[in-house]
Design a protein around this ligand. Sequence first.
Ligand code: ADP
Ligand code: ZN
Length: 597
Amino acid sequence: MTIQQLRDVLKTHWGYDGFLPLQQEAMQCVLEDRDSVVVLPTGGGKSLCFQAPAVVRSGVGLVVSPLISLMKDQVDGLNAAGVPAACLNSSMEPDARRRVFEDLEAGNLKLLYIAPERLVQPGMLDTLAASHVSLVAIDEAHCISQWGHDFRPEYRQLKLLKERLPGIAIHAYTATATIQVREDMIQELELSDPEVLVGSFDRPNLSYKIMLRDGGTDQMATIMDRHRDESGIIYCISRRDVEKTSEELNRRGYQTRPYHAGMTDEERRDNQDAFIGERVDTIVATVAFGMGIDKSNVRYVIHAAMPKSLEGYQQETGRAGRDGLEAECCLLYTGGDYGRWRAILDGSDSEPTEGAWQSLQAMQDFAGGVVCRHVALVEYFGQSLDSDNCGACDVCLGELDQVEDPLVIGQKILSSVIRQEQRFGADYTVKVLRGSSEQRILDNRHDQLSTYGLLADEDVRAVRGWVEQLVAQGFLAKVGEYNVLILTESGRQLLAGEVTPRLLKPARVARARKSRAHDDSWEGVDRDLFERLRELRRELADEKSVPAYVVFGDASLRDMARQRPATPAEFLEVHGVGQKKAADYGEVFLAAIGSVD
Ligand code: ADP
Ligand code: ZN
């Protein structure tokens, strides 16, 4: 079996012209029956690593997957691409289950998705051992590790696979980057001398932006206006925040639905289905939302407040732009978010781990940081990035301006902290510097300080940002229950003028700049036609009761609206159009494209 066969399958079934990074190597392992561990970020194309070889090989590829919703979407997607696939899970009717077993026995399936608890039920492994299984793929394989963020005890039983299906290679896939998790996967699955493939964790198509929250709803509305009719997720810390934010946005004429663990299963499912079926564009949610959401065209993720870890931030923002097209990730935060998380962690029943505090601190440093967001994220995960300018973050896009006299401003802030006897927090310090006449300040006689009103001409958000940046750069530290500001050793050097901080402020340009990925992917696309094709896609998806992106991804629709194919042969040249989809949808899409000029 050759790479050429894989290429052919990619083209005929999926309409792709080549491999994404490491896909070819990963597929090679499957063809050669060599155990493998594949670590690629979300959107890295992990599913195809086992799906395409399963099509090339004879027999059925077994896929262990943790969530029913995830399985169902994958099977729908495979069927839409003309690949015979099915799933087995606990929620199925006996009739449907029987049909799957018949198909399995008749050798009609190329891929069988199965939940881990179903796999280890009596008789199941015997049935599989008697079938012609070509490969075993473990999706979301980090679920096997206690170090992972979603440990699932039922994954532990996958140990049985090597024993009960001897001689069949196992391939584990995950987006979780830590070495500990990787080693756990190898050990728990008893992989033998596996090939370990780890991709770059950078997501170049995501643009990261960080803003101080100031009238959060207004800021969210501005972001949402840039993404009219596009899908987005807004993450909040608490259930109450979710409800409030969703209601407030709906009052302003946006259409959002809430999602959190306090709602009934039914409400949650309704809202999730509406989002996936594109009947509602925006979900406002706690972190309970997202696992198993395979929606490829999420165009923005807003964090209405700072999340509690950089791992969480990476994962939640990772749900944007899975289709490789540009997407925007905006974080709105204030210093208060940090205090809020501290209180939550302190108040939790189980003693928070050292790791939890470190993750929170890393998140705080990231938020107040002034280096390229892509570089900061990738370095946190132990990789490096060669780029002077990512073209896709607020720092590199120049949305933040360097202040002209950072030393003087830094000294003003630090000396105010000293004069306030290092007994006050960031908000208070900003008020003193901006000359507020709030009673508390007058009571403390801080209107008498020489630093009072020193930065009265500056925007409050900018001053607040500088304080955070000084903390992130280690000139100030926040201590105690109230996050009181104190000077560090480097802070003293700054006061003495021996070092200069780097201070940024929001750029004056009102409109956020577009990322490079944004310009590339819209190049030559007829926007009106794209919108009409989206409408058509929604109708077809509703008819078939499948998610819209199962019909075609956004990348395919944009390519159609760029190339304007006029014949079936030209239609087959569109990105993401394989033979089955061309046969199913070619006529109606060609008609729609032909009727627009
Ligand atoms: P992951 O499971 O790693 O998050 P997916 O398997 O969902 O990623 O793939 C992400 C997106 O990339 C999907 O829209 C998929 O169709 C697309 N994709 C995968 N492989 C290729 C390829 N070789 N060429 C173009 N697009 C691809
Ligand atoms: Zn950057």
